[in-house]
Unconditional design. Structure first.
Length: 255
């Protein structure tokens, strides 16, 4: 009897250990790596081409400004934006060949935006020129680390810390909150090398566009501008469709 009892006890311990191993293995399998999470964000938000109608609502020091425009972009190297609200009607931006140009209908001249000017506010918003023209994947620019899991406004999210691969990055560090279920980028924070938080992004709405989750409304706050925020809305979004080369030409900018 003692021998049988000993065998049953050993088998019970084995069964418990085996079950625990299965649970731990399942937990490990359910937790994606930091690189996988960042690739999922890229898959949703990086595109071959895009066209859309946009609206920026800028709130700054108690005042409110609304700007409307149409935009086209291809890859991370070409983009064209034309404003249509009365105050800025005819103002155009073109990114091509690694350079950013602006056309002013007041002066009827084209100006190259470069150097420190790229860090300036675009049309008085919380977005800089650099923020609006970069479409290179985060995976190519940053090394991710999984920092854990948090609940953000009722949504469970993975937390990623990003460290820049290159010293030339405008934001050496970023922190991202990625929805566990949808992969939506719910929030990100942009940091200086010193650790100071410079900007904060919050997702307001995402929709399925072309088979992927895509942010169509979000809020950006430049924390160096007191009492400021910009809500950015996109409608009529078309992803990965052909865009004529003529859209991204200097002739189109001056037309």
């Amino acid at each position: 009897m003692r021998d049988r009892s000993g065998k049953e006890s050993a088998m019970n311990r084995f069964a418990v250990s085996f079950a625990a191993a299965l649970v731990l293995a399942g937990t490990a399998a359910a937790q994606p790596s930091a690189a996988e999470l960042l690739a999922r964000v890229d898959a949703n938000e990086v595109y071959a081409s895009i066209s859309y109608k946009g609206r920026m609502v800028i709130e700054y020091q108690g005042k409110r400004f609304v700007k409307t425009f149409e935009a086209w972009a291809r890859g991370g190297s070409e983009s064209y934006v034309e404003f249509s609200n009365p105050e800025d009607k005819g103002t155009k931006y073109l990114k091509t060949g690694g350079r950013l140009y602006v056309y002013s209908p007041d002066t009827e001249e084209v100006m190259l935006i470069s150097g420190h000017l790229l860090k300036e506010s675009m049309m008085g918003s919380d977005l800089s020129y650099e923020d609006t023209i970069d479409n290179e994947s985060l995976s190519a620019r940053y090394v991710p680390t999984l920092a854990g899991k948090e609940t953000l406004e009722g949504r469970e999210a993975w937390v990623l810390d990003l460290a820049a691969r290159r010293k030339t990055e405008s934001y050496p560090r970023q922190r991202l909150w990625v929805d566990v279920g949808t992969g939506d980028l719910l929030r990100f924070e942009l940091y200086a090398l010193s650790g100071s938080k410079l900007k904060e992004y919050n997702l307001l709405e995402a929709r399925t566009v072309g088979g992927r989750r895509f942010p169509t409304e979000f809020e950006m706050k430049d924390l160096l501008r007191k009492g400021s925020r910009t809500v950015f809305l996109m409608t009529d979004v078309v992803l990965d469709a052909a865009v004529p080369d003529s859209v991204f030409s200097l002739r189109n900018l001056e037309r």
